[in-house]
Design a protein. Structure first.
Length: 149
């Protein structure tokens, strides 16, 4: 199952990429929402970043491991994660539209490996449009944050 969203941001791609790879800020925001996060790498090279995390989702505590699998500065960032029989790949692409305008494209690809994960993905498919609207809203909020800083 694939989910996608995109938004245009009034900022250059390098500035947006710096915000996307500010992993310390992202980890702090996730902790504020109830996640427990452990960094598995030494934190010096964003292209080698990896985490172990636990977070509440749909009334249950989920455990996952994620790592950066593709890192092209100012162009794209991809992460792969595994959780309870579900594999997820998240790809964020930056497409410069002009010197001061950039399109952010986010794609999440979920692949179930177990029956429980298949049931979860099936229930998510029913809410696909709602999930994509939420993704777009979050991308827009992120874009406004980048524009204001």
């Amino acid at each position: 199952m694939k989910l996608s969203a995109r938004t245009d941001v009034a900022a250059p791609a390098d500035k947006i990429f710096r915000h996307l790879t500010d992993f310390d800020r992202i980890e702090a925001a996730a902790r504020n929402r109830g996640a427990e996060i452990e960094r598995l790498d030494d934190g010096t090279a964003p292209a080698d970043a990896a985490w172990r995390a636990s977070f509440p989702f749909r009334g249950r505590l989920r455990h996952t491991e994620a790592r950066v699998v593709d890192f092209e500065p100012d162009e794209q960032l991809a992460l792969r994660g595994e959780s309870d029989g579900l594999s997820a790949r998240v790809r964020l692409e930056l497409i410069p539209l002009s010197d001061r305008q950039t399109r952010i494209s986010a794609i999440i690809d979920l692949t179930p490996a177990t029956m429980k994960a298949r049931l979860l993905v099936q229930s998510l498919k029913l809410a696909r449009s709602t999930l994509e609207k939420r993704m777009e809203g979050r991308l827009r909020r992120f874009g406004r944050h980048v524009e204001q800083t």
